[in-house]
Design a protein. Sequence first.
Length: 319
Amino acid sequence: MSVTRRSAFVVLVLAFTAAAHALTPILHWGGDAEGGAPFVEADPNDPSNLRGFDVEVAGEIAKGLGRRPEFAQVSFSDIDQSVQRGDFDIGMSGVEDTPARRKMLAATIPYFEFHEVLTVRAEDRGKFATLAALRGRRVGTLGGTIAYEKLLAAQKTDGVICVSYDDDVHPYADLRGGRLDAVLLDNIIAARSMRRVPGLYTEPLPVATSHYIGVLATTNTALRDRVDEVLRARMRDGTLERIYRKWKIWDDYQPAFFASVLSAEKAVQQHEKRTAEGGATQDLGIVLRYIPALLRASLITIVLSCAAMALAVLVGVFI
């Protein structure tokens, strides 16, 4: 093949690839890249690229739907409103599973289990292992989160002093600087902060357990159901585990969590099957209950028909 023909062939292949890419449907997903790794962040080596476990999970969802992912930047606190408004198809960026969120939006099945944990100064290790031990102490967290709600409740029951922040970076710096006595946040965030801020320790006993989910507009339940199918499939084939291990967030809690999600799916399927079988059995029962009445009605119809025929013959004779 001549150089000219080879060049023309390469151009045609590139043009075809570009056209195919342009024709592939898009899954628009929103998140907050400012939240940082391991959720979503700009690649330090190439800021035009994103990286993080939520980035990879979104990519798997898009692939399972036959689409290509396209990211939309939105502040964490605006994810719910933005997806409901239709700015993107699905919101993912460490979005927590809460009753209020499920009531307001179409939420996916949970795809990662996390724990709210207390981080303290290393010298206070074991001293503030629970919220009750922090009575009269200042505990920081990120506003608008499950941890924040937990601290507000502990403020009433255990006398802790809740300090709310707009980000998850400054609480740990303030903790090390002595302006806080503890920080309550997700174990993923705590682990990341301990690598960034020396001299901190995270207590092993979780304060609470919750999960990360994707959120869609309330009218987008059909897409939500398809996303759920993809997430379950990626749990079963080990893809999510591979992603979580890559980002060093896989822990001993995840296998049982995956099993519970998949067993819940099986339970729903069995319930639907029983309901369908029960419906069929109920319909048959109704038919069987009505058979005697139908037979009686048929017998009466036959008798009346015979009587009418006999009467017609008798009348005919006298005529």
